[in-house]
Design a protein around this ligand. Structure first.
Ligand SMILES: NC(=O)c1ccc[n+]([C@@H]2O[C@H](COP(=O)([O-])OP(=O)(O)OC[C@H]3O[C@@H](n4cnc5c(N)ncnc54)[C@H](OP(=O)(O)O)[C@@H]3O)[C@@H](O)[C@H]2O)c1
Length: 243
């Protein structure tokens, strides 16, 4: 998988692909000719994705309504890629949620579980389901969308920061387990990205990364020569807001 032309005909799963970073990654892969399965919990958002403009030579899109925080539903997403497109080459674990602004002592157990179930357990369930399918193809790539918060924790976001730190560790461990089978595992850790993820007051967001910036980083990774494994990539706004 060394050039964009080699992304044509590949099969990718992008979790949380109905909007934001996942939608940008899925659209970029489709445009390069990959067949893509996206999942999300909202059927309405997935239905909208089916109306994405289709370029000539684009790959095929399949949508699956699924919560990655449920092991059976995560398995169903991977199975759908194999059933519909004949196998799996790329898994982008992007689905994620945040709960910000509440100190740990005030955080509800339900919120803690939602963040850990989605951001950490979901990555585990999808990787666990995907590795056998990648092995059957003789290799592939897993890209986990982490966050700078995984290495730079901040107050009011204990669950989120912990989930992303764990994703970094999970990715590094899995990378060493499967690299000799030509399965590459990478983490992409963005800083602030202008999506619906952080729904603060409508302030100037022009300094933030765009979802397309992150998608470009993901596609660039997938273009690396088979001998090369960039295992961890931070991508930051070049000129962040001064505090
Ligand atoms: N935006 C940022 O500043 C930023 C920075 C660093 C890292 N990230 C990471 O980037 C990833 C994508 O974030 P984003 O900014 O694109 O967020 P977003 O705009 O809120 O999109 C999140 C996507 O994930 C899906 N999703 C959420 N929970 C899910 C679940 N349990 N099962 C399946 N799908 C689920 C959502 O669809 P449904 O709601 O319909 O399920 C949606 O498609 C996340 O992992 C986030 O932590 C974001």
């Amino acid at each position: 998988m060394a050039s964009s032309s080699q992304l044509a005909g590949r099969v990718a799963v992008v979790t949380g692909g109905s909007r934001g970073i996942g939608a940008a990654v899925a659209s970029a892969l489709l445009a390069l000719g990959s067949d893509v399965v996206i999942c999300g919990r909202s059927a309405a958002a997935l239905a909208q994705a089916c109306g994405w403009p289709e370029a000539a030579g684009a790959g095929r899109l399949e949508t699956v309504e699924a919560d990655v925080g449920d092991a059976g539903q995560a398995q169903r997403v991977i199975d759908r890629a194999v059933e519909r497109f004949g196998g799996l080459d790329i898994l982008v674990n992007n689905a994620g949620v945040g709960r910000f602004g509440e100190d740990l002592a005030a955080q509800s157990i339900a919120d803690w579980r939602t963040v850990i179930d989605t951001n950490l357990n979901g990555v585990f369930y999808c990787c666990r389901a995907a590795v056998p399918a990648l092995r059957r193809r003789g290799g592939g790539w897993i890209i986990n969308v982490s966050s700078l918060a995984g290495s730079h924790p901040f107050a009011g976001a204990a669950a989120y920061c912990a989930s992303k730190a764990a994703v970094n560790a999970l990715s590094a461990a899995l990378m060493q387990e499967v690299r000799h089978e030509a399965i590459r595992v990478s983490c992409v850790a963005p800083g602030s990205v202008d999506t619906r993820f952080s729904t603060g007051p409508a302030a100037d967001t022009s300094w933030k990364l765009t979802a397309d910036d992150v998608a470009q980083a993901v596609v660039d990774l997938l273009r690396h020569e088979p001998r090369s494994l960039p295992s961890y990539l931070e991508i930051r706004p070049a000129r962040p807001r001064r505090k």
